[in-house]
Write a new protein. Structure first.
Length: 69
């Protein structure tokens, strides 16, 4: 199996732009669970199985309702 590409090494300027965006979104006032659901949906749209798995596990661990997942 091929290792996943490290986007931080592939494009440091893009990685530098993403960090402040994540920080802003985390403080935007929306509930944390909703933000995590948005990340899960974006992962589904992007077709990233790794991220779908990660966000689903995090949401379940945080007590998110299965219906919302």
């Amino acid at each position: 199996m091929k290792a996943r590409m490290d986007f931080r090494k592939a494009s440091p300027p893009a990685a530098d732009a993403i960090a402040p965006l994540h920080a802003y979104v985390a403080k935007c006032g929306l509930e944390h669970g909703l933000l995590e659901l948005v990340k899960l949906r974006a992962s589904q749209i992007n077709g990233c199985a790794h991220c779908i798995d990660m966000h689903t596990k995090e949401l379940r661990a945080a007590g998110e309702d299965e219906q919302r997942l």
